[in-house]
Write a protein that binds this ligand. Structure first.
Ligand code: OAD
Length: 286
């Protein structure tokens, strides 16, 4: 995939307007009074780390068009060929300063990732479901994560589901392709952990998302256009049980009409303010 030049991270917070400040207070109140907050994040949370989103202005879809919806079927039909292309592409992607792969490889967690990790340490956030494959939540220190679309830096066995960081499972262009699982008794085909179009979400990840959705008594939805299922369905399933949704997104989404409050800000500006508001509240009530 290739894309336009990554956006430059902007660390300078913009002061909140009066309306935005009251939305922030309401969001803080909803989070503070919940006992099990689950977060859903999407590409918008990593935009300020220089990784382009998929949809909207400057998004990968606008630049590259829609990807084939049968990527997984194509992989299954010729997994050796897919691996050969992937290994060849590795060199050109690394040499291309505007490639998506390079943007992800060079990205650092931004203020939004750090604020979410802080909310977890404060015991305000209890689980985070991310559609992102960039590993930035983990690198910011988030512990309780489900990567529903996988992780770009990992590989996975299609048979037994074992995952390895890529650096621990070197794949040699001159070796057997597709690479095979290293678990005793398993000879399954290895693929990127990133979930392809047409590929089922790994069962374990889906089960965790379902369990967390059932437990949630507040859902914080950050930086997703909320159009890709099943991820976009989790907040709605919770909402149907009366669970309040808090949205952080500069643009409206299909979830907006269900949200108790929608904070119309960039995540990197809003979430540190939210963490600070919660710090004050929890400090005051301690
Ligand atoms: P999208 O690109 O569809 O949506 C990004 C969202 O982020 C939009 O709603 C933007 O308004 C919002 N946004 C932009 N800048 C932001 C900022 N600074 N702070 C907060 N929000 C901001 O990305 P996703 O919803 O994550 O799947 O897309 C879902 C899935 O579609 C992806 O995981 C990917 C794609 O197909 C797979 O690759 C399997």
């Amino acid at each position: 995939m290739s894309d336009p030049a990554p956006v430059t991270p902007s660390p300078t917070p913009t002061p909140l307007t009066a309306g935005a400040a009251s939305d922030l207070e309401l969001a803080a109140e909803l989070l503070a009074s919940a006992r099990h907050v689950v977060v859903l994040t999407g590409a918008g949370v990593s935009k300020e780390s220089g990784i382009p989103t998929f949809r909207g202005e400057g998004g990968l879809r606008a630049t590259n068009g829609e990807p084939p919806m049968n990527g997984f079927q194509l992989f299954l039909e010729d997994s050796a060929g897919w691996w050969r292309q992937r290994l060849e592409r590795r060199h050109t992607e690394q040499a291309n300063p505007t490639s998506f792969a390079r943007a992800v490889d060079e990205a650092q967690p931004n203020a939004a990732h750090h604020a979410l990790a802080e909310l977890e340490r404060m015991d305000v956030v209890h689980h985070l479901i991310t559609q992102n494959v960039d590993d930035l939540h983990r690198r910011a220190g988030q512990q309780e994560i489900t990567e529903i679309h996988g992780n770009r830096h990992w590989l996975r066995c299609l048979d037994c589901g074992t995952r390895w960081p890529q650096r621990e499972f070197p794949v040699d262009e001159a070796g057997e392709l597709p690479p095979r699982c290293a678990q005793p008794g398993c000879d399954g085909v290895i693929k990127d952990d990133t979930v392809m179009f047409g590929e089922p979400i790994p069962t374990e990840a889906l089960a965790r998302c379902d369990a967390q959705t059932r437990r949630a008594d507040c859902f914080l939805v950050v930086g997703t256009s909320a159009v890709v299922m099943p991820a976009a369905g989790f907040p709605l399933l919770a909402w149907q049980r009366g669970v309040p949704l808090v949205e952080v997104n500069p643009e409206p989404t299909p979830l907006t009409e269900y949200a108790e409050v929608s904070c119309r800000s960039a995540a990197g500006a809003l979430l540190p303010e939210l963490a600070s508001a919660l710090r004050s509240r929890l400090g005051a009530s301690a």
